[in-house]
Design a protein around this ligand. Structure first.
Ligand SMILES: Cc1cc2nc3c(=O)[nH]c(=O)nc-3n(C[C@H](O)[C@H](O)[C@H](O)COP(=O)(O)OP(=O)(O)OC[C@H]3O[C@@H](n4cnc5c(N)ncnc54)[C@H](O)[C@@H]3O)c2cc1C
Length: 437
């Protein structure tokens, strides 16, 4: 009997580790509640994770299988479970964040030669799409060209009934903690995710290229919280979208390529978890001001579009891509808040919070050297609201006290024009390679 260790692949469909394990006989599933991950995140994200593990357990049961749940450090838990049940091998989908690579090395050391790794977190795996000279891409457009050319393969089928896996009668499958969330959670599990994908493909995909930038997020798929935990296979989503075809589909698929590109960047440049992608930008005159940070985080800066976004994020755990760009750029370029602190707090508020995509998003929006985003582009915040929330409904919903006005209200925490000048002067000095500060 074999073991399938699920991590960021909380699904049965198109799961290469599960498909391979079942091809070689009976298999049990396992989720490890790793304190290094779960104690380090917010209650809403723990609750979302646990709901999806519960849904996976039900999916296993429907196929006649069993999903075990254990708490502890994976490199201690896995050898114990393998020994207790006399299991042959462990099958797992590879993850590539710095912690995941450290964790997986420790598990391999504890179970030498008995762990088989598979691709499945991304459409194209980190480390596979390389420049003709063999080096990693740092700019999206040429990466995407190669990513697109390498698209191949159909999603994998997993049998509807698993071969029976006999557990000793007294063996405890383990229980999941009751985690409560401070925001309403979307329906969990792959059936819900696949249903949401189909609804998006038929209703909103055809116009996605025109509607994706809406501040209220109504033009997007809202599937990111399923992709982050691997509840939905990105490869299957790409295949289905391409079958629909059209400009909307091509644009949407390119956004999933951005997700892969984020994984690729963090895989090849792990320093970006701590410092600017281009370390010169670490030299911006950061303002570690707790009051300013609190005002940004709680949506009380007095800048309507920034406050609307942060309030929505706190109240729902979700935010459109446009709104994420706006609040990140405000925090980095105008408030000069230490971006690492903002990125971390922001990730904990997101149900789809993901190290690679969040780091890429922050560093791209903040002009810190990711891709070809120029440092001197600074949003006009009122224009952002006007263009991407033309009726003003989103702004009025989240910041009623601004009374639909686009300009700063109350007592704004920053003079936007002075802040813009301060940033551009400091950034130009750094770009010219002159003295910092
Ligand atoms: C500052 C900032 C932080 C971000 N943090 C995260 C994060 O923690 N987790 C996360 O999943 N995405 C993050 N993103 C990317 C993007 O904003 C979200 O994936 C998207 O808004 C989710 O909405 P959706 O599912 O409707 O996306 P859609 O527009 O429907 O896009 C489809 C899918 O493509 C992926 N995707 C879309 N845009 C991007 C992008 N720019 N980078 C990477 N993947 C993308 C997502 O998986 C998304 O579900 C961040 C972007 C910024 C600017």
């Amino acid at each position: 009997m074999n073991l399938v260790w699920h991590r960021a692949d909380l699904r049965l469909h198109d799961n290469p580790a599960l498909a391979a394990a079942l091809r070689s006989g009976p298999a049990l599933g396992l989720v490890v509640l790793d304190p290094n991950i779960l104690s380090n995140t917010s209650a809403r994200r723990r609750a979302w994770f646990c709901r999806n593990v519960a849904a996976l357990r039900e999916a296993y049961a429907r196929c006649g299988g069993t999903l075990l749940v254990r708490s502890g450090l994976p490199w201690e838990v896995l050898p114990r479970v393998v020994a207790e049940l006399g299991l042959r091998r462990v099958f797992a989908v590879r993850n590539s964040t710095p912690y995941a690579r450290f964790r997986d090395r420790k598990v391999e050391e504890a179970l030498p030669g008995r762990v088989a790794w598979f691709h499945g977190q991304y459409v194209q795996e980190p480390g596979e799409i390389l420049k003709p000279d063999g080096g990693p891409y740092t700019v999206f457009t040429p990466y995407f060209r190669r990513w697109w050319a390498a698209l191949e393969g159909e999603p994998l089928e997993v049998p509807a009934r698993f071969p029976p896996a006999a557990l000793p009668p007294e063996y405890d499958p383990g229980s999941l903690p009751e985690e409560s969330s401070d925001v309403p959670l979307p329906p969990a599990g792959e059936e819900a995710a696949l249903g949401a994908l189909e609804a998006f493909l038929s209703d909103r995909l055809p116009l996605y290229h025109q509607t994706r930038d809406r501040l209220d997020g109504s033009g997007g798929s809202r599937l990111s919280y399923y992709f982050t935990l691997g509840v939905l296979s990105p490869r299957l989503a790409v295949r289905r979208a391409l079958r629909v075809g059209g400009e909307g589909a091509r644009k949407w698929v390119s956004e999933l390529a951005w997700r892969d590109f984020s994984g690729e960047l963090l895989h090849n440049f792990p320093h970006m978890a701590r410092s600017a992608f281009d370390p010169r930008w670490d030299g911006l005159p950061w303002q570690d001001d707790p009051e300013l940070f609190g005002a940004w985080l709680e949506g009380r800066t007095g800048i309507p579009v920034v406050d609307a976004a942060m309030r929505e994020l706190r109240a729902t755990g979700f935010l459109s891509n446009r709104a994420r760009m706006v609040v990140a750029q405000f925090a980095v370029k105008l408030a000069l808040l230490p971006w690492q602190k903002c990125e971390r707090a922001f990730r904990d508020l997101l149900l789809d919070g993901d190290n690679a995509s969040n780091l890429q998003g922050w560093q791209w929006a903040g002009g810190l050297g990711v891709d070809a985003a120029p440092y001197f582009r600074v949003f006009n915040l009122a224009a952002q609201a006007q263009t991407h929330d033309p009726g003003g409904d989103w702004l009025r919903r989240w910041v009623p006290e601004s009374e639909g006005r686009l300009e700063p209200y109350g007592r704004p925490v920053l003079d936007l024009e002075a802040a813009r000048r301060r940033y551009l002067e400091a950034a130009a000095r750094i770009a010219r390679g002159g003295p910092r500060g």
